[in-house]
Design a protein around this ligand. Structure first.
Ligand code: ADP
Ligand code: ZN
Length: 527
């Protein structure tokens, strides 16, 4: 009723200093105050935390918030306490005394919010505490972790339903930033939500400019992006710890304030990087995706992915760290079809280590959807919206490489495909991309004359094209299935079952022209 809404707004002003609730927040808060179960899907930056923090203040007793990461819990509790909201966390990073003090505070009725990781909540000590103190609600943050179909499955989330019998009267609220309809249904079913209020926010982030570019010269392309955002915050996602350090070092050597950030660094070093980034004394952080969460800032103007993430959900979440202040920001993804192979290799290895024969089918599916997103020439905003079962209103978003006309299809793609495939055929599908390119460029390298490859009809057939452009075309042809790379460390290019179609000049072939000239000037520009 109105009185409750008034006090909601009073609390909003008093504790958070905000004037209004966003529409989705208002509905979520109402569902909670009504004691209904709910499932809320809001993009990163959509304001999920307020949806479960505020209702807890409106009533006696407390709510439990299940969160997968200690760092997230700590940030939230610190923030809440700073604004005067009594909140505690219990996690493995605390001493037994600290944990006891926190639980004592819960028991005495002094706290409104208790944060915990799922496995801790399921211990017998916690169960009996919950049974005695009867929380009003169980809030599941990052609820997609419960679903096999999601991108971050955590088995311990499945066991949370054990708590149903411990606190039968509590309402359940599931929150997630990214969920396809399939994951949504799975969450509701797995958690046994009853007649849940389901709220799905618009997942499009119109202030984000998505650029998915063929990776022709990764560092040059990165530096160009960093230069576009001089004195602004940039997060660079790398696949390995080693990559973060090398990339940061390379940027530093070019006068950019950059630092690496990953789980292998000492807590002190990490804290210093985090602090410098937060205090805007550091421009660029090169982080591993597994660990980038700690370097969150609402005014990140650019997020760069040096390689393709393993799912669209991951991509949306990571790229979503840009522009949380709603101002324009750029998300640059440097893509090569080789990324797909790397992921397959990694996932297969970890599946085998877990005693499986091959990578799980759904991982393969998520990877394939991500690959299609990168290799297609359709509006990025529209593709992302579709993936999450939504549609965009406008035809052209004006905020992606495709709609901005930056990704241009080459006109003679069928002929280019024919030339490259002919070269691979003449080389008996036994050489790597670099050699194929040497032949097409008409290189004078000794290796070519030794093999007699300078006498092939395809020798020098594509003299005029730059090497990175040819690499990109080969890459794109692999994506189209016209060619494939053999697995292993020294991949060889070979023809596929589809190749003959392309060799005949498949008219539907679409190839993108990589922007190499601009990349070069970016690399050579000094700061
Ligand atoms: P999420 O958890 O969905 O990623 P957050 O809860 O971190 O989002 O909120 C994102 C940003 O939006 C934060 O900076 C937060 O302070 C701000 N915010 C949330 N709700 C409101 C509101 N009603 N009015 C103004 N700012 C808000
Ligand atoms: Zn677009």
């Amino acid at each position: 009723n109105d009185a409750t809404l008034d006090s909601v707004h009073d609390a909003l002003r008093a504790y958070w200093g905000y004037e209004t609730l966003r529409p989705m927040q208002e509905s979520a808060i109402r569902a909670s105050l009504d004691g209904r179960d709910s499932l809320v899907v809001l993009p990163t930056g959509g304001g999920k935390s307020l949806c479960y923090q505020l209702p807890a203040l409106m009533r006696d007793g407390y709510d439990v918030v299940v969160s997968p990461l200690i760092s997230l819990m700590k940030d939230q509790v610190d923030g809440l306490i700073a604004s005067g909201v009594p909140a505690v966390a219990v996690h493995s990073g605390m001493s037994p005394e600290e944990q006891d003090a926190a639980l004592h505070a819960v028991e005495s009725g002094d706290v409104r919010l208790l944060f915990s990781a799922p496995e801790r909540l399921l211990t017998s000590k916690m169960r009996s505490l919950l049974a005695r103190t009867k929380p009003n609600a169980i809030v599941i943050d990052e609820a997609h972790c419960i679903s096999h179909w999601g991108h971050d499955f955590r088995p311990e989330y499945r066991r949370l339903t054990d708590l149903k019998s411990v606190v039968p009267d509590a309402a359940w609220h599931a929150f997630t930033a990214t969920a396809t309809a399939q994951v949504r249904d799975d969450i509701a079913q797995q958690l046994g939500l009853r007649d849940a209020v389901t709220l799905v926010g618009d997942c499009d982030r119109p202030n984000l400019i998505y650029r998915v570019l063929p990776r022709v010269d990764a560092r040059g392309q990165l530096l160009e992006a960093v230069n576009r955002h001089e004195h602004e915050a940039v997060i660079v996602y790398c696949l390995s710890r080693n990559d973060t350090e090398k990339t940061a070092g390379w940027l530093k050597a070019r006068g950019v304030e950059a630092a690496a950030y990953h789980a292998g660094l000492s807590p002190n070093v990490r804290q210093r990087v985090q602090d410098r980034f937060m205090q805007e004394r550091l421009q660029v952080v090169c982080a591993t995706v597994a660990f980038g969460m700690g370097v969150d800032r609402s005014n990140v103007r650019c997020v760069v992915h040096m390689a393709m993430p393993k799912s669209i959900e991951h991509y949306q979440q990571e790229a979503g760290r840009a522009g949380r202040d709603s101002l324009e920001a750029e998300c640059l993804l440097l893509y090569s079809s080789a990324d797909v192979l790397s992921w397959r290799r990694l996932m297969t290895r970890s599946a085998q280590e877990a005693g499986e024969e091959s990578m799980p089918e759904h991982q393969s599916e998520l990877l394939e959807r991500m690959r299609r997103f990168c290799s297609s020439m359709r509006c990025r905003h529209a593709q992302l919206a579709e993936y999450f079962d939504q549609t965009l209103d406008q035809e052209r978003c004006g905020a992606c490489d495709v709609c901005l006309g930056e990704s241009v299809a080459v006109e003679d793609a069928p002929v280019i495909a024919q030339k490259i495939l002919s070269a691979v055929a003449r080389l008996n599908s036994s050489f790597g991309a670099a050699h194929v390119i040497d032949v097409l460029k008409g290189s004078r390298k000794e290796k070519l004359t030794r093999y007699g490859h300078d006498r092939l009809s395809v020798y020098g057939l594509m003299k005029g094209e730059a090497v990175p452009v040819l690499h990109s075309y080969i890459d794109q042809l692999c994506d189209l299935g016209a060619l494939e790379r053999t697995p292993g460390d020294r991949p060889v290019l070979r023809l596929t079952g589809e190749s003959s179609r392309f060799l005949k000049g498949e008219p539907e072939t679409v190839l993108r022209r990589p922007n190499v000239a601009e990349t070069r000037s970016g690399r050579e520009r000094s700061r």
